[in-house]
Design a protein around this ligand. Structure first.
Ligand code: GLN
Length: 276
């Protein structure tokens, strides 16, 4: 079959954007390039793979799981059903964290722990961008950690990977705790494609969606150095609740909320205040 025939086939079953993107990925070309080779014959093996994967997309499986990877902060990450699909908002968490890290600390020799790391996108991106960081990646799910490990190996990044329910099994002290934990309220409505495919363990966090922040904050004192920074992604209606939790659990912190590019509260940063 020719490129054009396959696109027509794909478009009859899924969104045309997805149909083109999938074919481009399988053929190893840029989606725009496809339009310049519409008459080219596609090798049978690729054509068959394409049809199979179009059916997976038509059955409401996310493109990222179908192709097995996702771009995060300009880098490819392996992803599967054991891990949340990294989101654009989380790139903003990484970016803001880099900025505050620079402002708040006088050195980049810092110990960082990424809690609920999933694919490892947060911690591995930080390590990639600032190699002097000593980064630990933690998740409760062994299946997720298999993906974290694969991503660390593929990127050849020297990090520590540990199985733990947030900080339960962690004894060391860190300069930075960072996390995009589950923060949906149990039963909260999300897109069907998310609900039906992504791990609920990575999405839901109790009646009020705050269980994971509560757990991290109640156990983190033992793991924080005297001067520390905490960076959380939050749900857009959780700024006040998470700010209050931080202030209840930690003495002497400055808390700052940051909006994402679409103007919604999506990040909270806490900084230790200097002891006088
Ligand atoms: N840290 C991962 C991410 O941001 C996983 C988050 C999660 O599973 N809640 O994509």
């Amino acid at each position: 079959m020719r490129v054009e025939d396959l696109i027509v086939y794909g478009k009859s079953k899924v969104h045309s954007q997805h149909a083109k993107m999938l074919l481009a990925i399988l053929m190893g070309v840029n989606p725009l390039e496809l339009l310049t080779i519409l008459n080219e014959e596609v090798p049978e093996e690729i054509a068959n793979q394409y049809k199979e994967k179009i059916n997976e997309l038509a059955a409401n499986r996310p493109l990222q799981y179908v192709v097995g990877n996702v771009n995060f902060y300009g880098e490819e990450f392996v992803v599967n059903e054991a891990t949340l699909i990294p989101r654009f908002e989380t790139e903003e968490l990484v970016e803001s964290t880099m900025m505050y890290l620079d402002e708040f600390f006088d050195t980049k020799d810092l110990k960082v722990i990424d809690l609920g790391t999933g694919t490892g996108c947060i911690g591995l991106t930080l390590k990639h961008l600032i190699p002097s960081l000593d980064v630990t990646l933690v998740d409760i799910s062994e299946d997720a950690l298999a993906i974290t490990t694969e991503n660390a190996h593929r990127k050849n990044l020297d990090v520590q990977i540990k199985k733990s329910d947030f900080l339960d099994e962690i004894e060391e002290q860190y300069d930075i705790i960072i996390s995009n934990p589950p923060y949906l309220r149990n039963g909260e409505e999300v897109e069907k494609v998310v609900h039906d495919n992504e791990p609920h363990l990575a999405l839901y966090a109790g009646e009020d969606g705050l269980d994971c922040y509560r757990k991290i904050l109640r156990t983190c004192k033992k793991n924080l150095k005297e001067k520390f920074m905490i960076a959380f992604e939050i749900g857009c209606d959780q700024r006040e609740a998470v700010t209050n939790l931080i202030k209840e659990e930690l003495d002497s912190v400055a808390v700052l909320a940051k909006k994402d590019l679409s103007g919604r509260d999506r990040m909270i940063f806490a900084f230790s205040k200097k002891k006088s």
